[in-house]
Write a protein that binds this ligand. Structure first.
Ligand SMILES: C[S@@+](CC[C@H](N)C(=O)[O-])C[C@H]1O[C@@H](n2cnc3c(N)ncnc32)[C@H](O)[C@@H]1O
Ligand code: SF4
Length: 363
């Protein structure tokens, strides 16, 4: 299988959000300059000159870089042989966006922007340690549309004391932005974060109601629900994320990045010192065919369309039912076969984790 996607991790943030357990460090000019040198070196060593269909620059906060640093970053990404239809995304925070940066993005070939908006409620923004205002979000998104209209926004919910009405208000304000993609996230309380010290999860029933509300309201506004937590206007599915859910190969460059190349899943070091010294590796594992087939199901069933039975056979020369006991899951109503795809019925998608565990370690 060819590697046609690239993830690049930029771990710098100007402030640290109270919930975040991603691989990140506070922005420091000298570190960023050194980091870009190390990143260039890693890409030169590992990239095998394939044609690339999707590039995703994530973080951290890539938009926190200065104009000079972003210019250097795009000189690095220029080394990739991009296909004509390449999807090239960068994650941004609205606070960093200026016309100058948008012009630079456009010149560099960026054609998709993902903003971490999270919520419009000022009390929850403070709780999350996020520093934008409602007006800033609206203004920067309108500005972005003039340069790059293919925009995603991240919507978070399930904060302590949050009500369904507040989630509905957020949904309305997100819809009013008139953007083509929304990714949703139920708050995960990570132990090594500020929220992890004392915060508790909200009630499961309330979380499920919030999820149902989001699905219902977005669908009412012609958004397709195409993955457990992702919604888009027709034709705006994230090609890059589909690489992950279709269990295809991709490079992961940068500190803490993960990749999947030549049947090897690997993760880079999360230590900035090691990374700057060129010691990229943290973990590597060559996957057996059995594990690859399990991943095909676990990742693919996150898509509402499910896993193509013919594609599974082409990839593994086995039928899905030869490998997994799907009959019992179909009998329980947790899976169904439709038009050559095996999928989780839409009304059970909230319970997807309960279905997916059945594919771990099955023989
Ligand atoms: C890779 S993060 C970083 C994006 C960018 N730095 C930002 O914060 O806007 C992408 C998204 O993951 C979500 N996220 C991060 N930590 C989370 C957590 N603990 N629980 C739920 N969602 C989380 C947030 O919605 C965030 O925008
Ligand atoms: S959520 Fe984004 S901005 Fe906040 S600390 Fe994590 S990576 Fe940085």
């Amino acid at each position: 299988m060819k590697t046609k996607s690239v993830y690049i991790h930029i771990p710098f943030c100007e402030t640290i959000c109270s919930y975040c357990d991603f691989c990140k460090v506070l922005y420091h000019k000298k570190w960023v300059d050194q980091y870009l040198e190390a990143l260039e070196k890693e890409i030169k060593e590992r990239y095998q000159q394939e044609e690339i269909d999707t590039i995703y620059i994530g973080g951290g906060t890539p938009s926190s870089l200065s104009m000079n640093q972003l210019t250097k970053l795009f000189q690095i990404t220029n080394q990739f042989h991009k296909s004509d239809q390449v999807e090239f995304t960068i994650e941004c925070n609205v606070e960093h966006i200026t016309e100058e940066k948008l012009e630079l993005f456009k010149k560099a070939g960026i054609n998709r922007i993902s903003y971490g908006v999270q919520t419009f409620h000022t009390n929850y923004l403070a709780y999350l340690n996020r520093h934008h205002t409602k007006e800033e979000v609206r203004e920067k998104i309108e500005l972005t549309k003039r340069y790059i209209p293919n925009i995603n926004v991240d919507l978070m919910y399930a904060f302590q004391n949050e009500t369904i009405e507040e989630v509905k208000e957020d949904i309305e304000l997100f819809l009013a932005l008139e953007i083509p993609h929304i990714s949703t996230y139920s708050l995960i309380i990570e132990s090594h974060t500020v929220l992890g010290i004392k915060e508790q999860y909200i009630d499961d029933g309330l979380d499920s109601n919030m999820y149902e509300t989001i699905c219902h309201d977005l669908k009412q506004h012609d958004f397709l629900h195409y993955e457990v937590s992702n919604f888009c206007k027709p034709g705006y599915q994230s090609k890059h994320n589909l690489t992950y859910w279709n269990n295809e190969h991709y490079y992961g460059f940068g500190m803490g990045a993960s990749g999947y190349v030549n049947h090897i899943r690997y993760t880079n070091t999360r230590s900035i010192n090691h990374y700057l010294l060129g010691h990229y590796d943290y973990q590597k594992e060559e996957l057996t065919k059995q594990v690859e087939m399990e991943n095909e199901m676990i990742l693919g069933l996150r898509k509402l369309e499910g896993v193509s039975l013919s594609n599974f056979y082409q990839k593994y020369q086995k039928q899905v039912e030869e490998v997994f006991d799907i009959a019992s899951l179909i009998k329980k109503g947790l899976l169904e076969v439709q038009n050559g795809y095996i999928k989780i019925p839409e009304d059970k998608i909230y319970l997807s984790n309960e279905v997916l565990v059945n594919f771990i370690g099955d023989v």
